[in-house]
Design a protein around this ligand. Structure first.
Ligand code: GTP
Length: 368
């Protein structure tokens, strides 16, 4: 399995995760105290991937700086393939033909969307791909409301994909594209250097020629590319840690903790606060007495003063929350936001460096 390679598509603008992505590109946004894309790099390194190519179209320096420590930690080479214009989800692969075929011209390679969290069963995916012997395999996951998604229709025994149905009005199945793929290098000759979509252009053509298979992903999965889904993904990941014997000790415990809760060792938490379930607290946070946190993420260096109540919210880096503040309903605070005492925020998105002194009731408010 040596010389295995993977491509992670990191070139999107991450508009749905604003205001967080105004300060950092989505792949390095903290998720349970680690950059989001690191979960994927770790899982790839674990099954023997030696080179990960990040397909990027803007801000490569910032991402390279954030990910550099993981190269030696995970013994994996992280390379960057830069597009001068965004090439969509397929176009970037055509730019890196040489890189992908270097040393191992016949070896299949993984391709991942960067905003997915999952257990990443890449070893099973590789085995399944070799077993059917065709050009590509995509992982699929089960959803309860398939009419919102592109549904993958395939033979349940062999996995051979019949067709893709975008937002079906009538039920055709409940399996959707999970954003995790493996392809043989032969696919590269079918993709040109121009903006091209894997999902809309390349996959339907591969399915029509019988070259694309689906493998069901078991375990948790979430696309965390928007705030509500980020919070659902966080809950699923923390539950996964709680159920896993080797990981459970990474979680916090104590009389003021309702698990699962993840707290960075450098955070200071008053024993008179009540934290959880489903809370992630980043480095250098300071949580004062009487604070109540549930189903929320605090990135690094957030200070929450006494008796504030925060639920279903994402609090960006370096925010300051006053006393008796109440926040709910997928509120997102960008970097370095300050909230005055007694303010209520009901789902607003607050841009970086703002100071909020009055309550915001409108859940669709964007505070610029
Ligand atoms: P939104 O702006 O919030 O829709 O996010 P996004 O731009 O990341 O879009 P989306 O979630 O649909 O993208 C799926 C994956 O493809 C993500 O991992 C993106 O980073 C990546 N991606 C989207 N467009 C491009 C592109 O033009 N170039 C590259 N290299 N990656 C892309």
């Amino acid at each position: 399995m040596s010389n295995l390679k993977a491509v992670i598509l990191v070139g999107g603008y991450g508009t749905r995760l604003r205001p967080l992505t105004l300060s950092q590109p989505k792949p390095i946004i903290p998720f349970c105290n680690k950059p989001l894309v690191v979960y994927q790099i770790e899982a790839l390194a674990k099954i023997g991937v030696t080179t990960v190519v990040l397909a990027i179209s803007y801000k490569p320096e910032e991402m390279a700086k954030a990910l550099e420590p993981y190269e030696s930690k995970l013994s994996v080479k992280i390379k960057y393939s830069r597009e001068s214009i965004p090439l969509g989800t397929a176009g970037p692969l055509s730019l890196m033909k040489k890189l992908l075929q270097e040393d191992s011209p016949d070896s299949p390679f993984f391709v991942l969307n960067s905003d997915i969290v999952s257990e990443f069963p890449f070893s099973d995916l590789l085995k399944f791909h070799y077993a059917h012997g065709k050009e590509g395999t995509i992982m699929v996951t089960t959803v309860t409301n398939p009419s919102k998604y592109g549904v993958v229709v395939y033979d349940q025994n062999s996995g051979k994909i019949d067709k893709f149905v975008e937002k079906p009005k009538n039920y055709v199945g409940n399996k959707i594209n999970a954003g995790l793929y493996i392809f043989n290098p032969s696919i590269l000759s079918q993709i040109e250097v121009r903006p091209t979509s894997l999902e809309k252009e390349i996959f339907p053509a591969m399915a029509a020629s019988g070259q694309l298979y689906a493998m069901e992903l078991h375990g948790f999965w979430m696309d965390v590319g928007q705030p509500k889904d980020y919070l659902i993904g966080m809950s699923k990941y923390l539950s996964h840690l709680q159920e896993n014997d080797q990981e459970v000790q990474t979680l916090a415990s104590g009389p003021n903790i309702i698990g699962p809760v993840l707290i960075h060792p450098s955070a200071k938490i008053s024993p008179d606060s009540l934290i959880g379930p489903y809370v992630s607290i980043g480095p250098e946070c300071f949580i004062e007495t009487g604070v109540r946190l549930k189903h929320c993420t605090l990135m690094n260096n957030v200070h929450v003063e006494a008796h504030s109540w925060i639920k279903s919210s994402i609090i960006g880096w370096h925010c300051h929350i006053g006393k008796w503040v109440r926040m709910d309903n997928a509120t997102v605070l960008g970097m370095d936001v300050s909230i005055h005492d007694e303010v209520f925020i009901n789902g607003a998105k607050v841009l970086p460096h703002k100071c909020i002194s009055e309550s915001i009731i409108d859940p669709n408010a964007i505070i610029m």
